[in-house]
Design a protein around this ligand. Structure first.
Ligand code: ZN
Length: 302
């Protein structure tokens, strides 16, 4: 059983859902992020947030995958101050929805003043609603950006045990762990942080507070990165306990602090019934045979 705690499901296909479910991914977390195409008004964010807590959650369930999400204003789009204000005003409504496990993904991109302002406001929001935070660390000047993010979090007295710092590498992991945060790693195919490098990190730093995710999105990425890395760790002789911690338990412990995510959600799930509709919409297209699971629990009389 695996959890992939960072996937942008809205840009993936039903084939991906089938593949990850078959590979043992029982739950995914989808953080709000930018979409490639810059949004021109806050209504686009409103509909996007609604999709994360609504249709996408439904769509995942139709393939046997539990879907959770994070709501946040991403760092890139925080650089349009007027739009940013409107999006921040929208957020409290969505942070209260079922299945929202954190404020995120938030943090720095260019490390601008506008980004820092949006980050600080969202840290305060997370404090108010008592949710964990998922941090996106910048891809450029990562080391400085990661340190600066933790400085800002500490400025607000936000507890590090409720923060997952994502997109780490060998240069950032030591400081992130030393300062008490969860350290997540995104496995990018062909480049940057691959599965082999991830194994080396676990060999060096152990499995405590280390989390592995795919961050699969609309770019070149691999929604199977978590199960594939788990397999490679096994081949390299990393212990089953360390594999389970980094690909399942730690993500559950970190985001379970929201009170919105528990193992019972996937250990005792509702059976899949693809005849179900969401606001009149089905995941099936003309004439396709719906997948319908029977309830097999012994205490249920059919
Ligand atoms: Zn992301």
């Amino acid at each position: 059983m695996y959890i992939d705690p960072h996937v942008h499901c809205v840009s993936r296909t039903t084939d991906d859902y089938e593949a990850i479910a078959a590979a043992g991914v029982v739950a995914v977390i989808e953080p709000a992020f930018w979409l490639g195409q810059p949004r021109t008004n806050s209504g686009s964010f409103k509909d996007y947030f609604s999709m994360l807590v609504g249709f996408e959650r439904f769509r995942a369930a139709q393939f046997g995958v539990r879907h959770y999400c994070c709501i946040g204003l991403n760092s890139k789009e925080a650089n349009k101050p007027e739009l940013a204000e409107e999006v921040l005003d929208l957020m409290p409504l969505y942070l209260a929805k079922e299945g929202v496990v954190a404020v995120g993904e938030i943090g720095f991109d260019d490390q601008s003043a506008a980004e820092e302002d949006a980050l600080r406001k969202q840290i305060e929001m997370a404090q108010e609603v008592d949710l964990p935070i998922m941090i996106h660390t910048p891809h450029r000047d990562k080391k400085r950006g990661t340190t600066r993010t933790m400085d800002v979090l500490e400025d607000h007295g936000f507890p590090p045990e409720k923060v997952v710092i994502d997109h780490n590498n060998e240069e950032t992991v030591r400081e992130v762990l030393d300062r008490g945060y969860w350290a997540a790693f995104t496995i990018y195919p062909h480049t940057k942080m691959g599965s082999a490098r991830m194994c080396a990190v676990v060999e060096q730093y152990g499995s405590e507070r280390i989390i592995i995710d795919s961050a699969a999105d609309w770019g070149v990425s691999d929604p199977l990165a978590v199960p594939k890395t788990a397999r490679l760790m096994k081949e390299r002789g990393i212990s089953d306990a360390a594999i389970t911690a980094t690909t399942y338990e730690n993500a559950l412990a970190a985001y379970g602090q929201s009170g919105q995510m528990s193992a019972d959600d996937w250990l005792n799930p509702l059976p899949i019934d693809q005849r179900t509709l969401f606001e009149g919409n089905s995941v099936l297209r003309g004439g396709q045979e719906p997948r319908i699971e029977k309830i097999t629990k012994p205490d249920v009389v059919e």
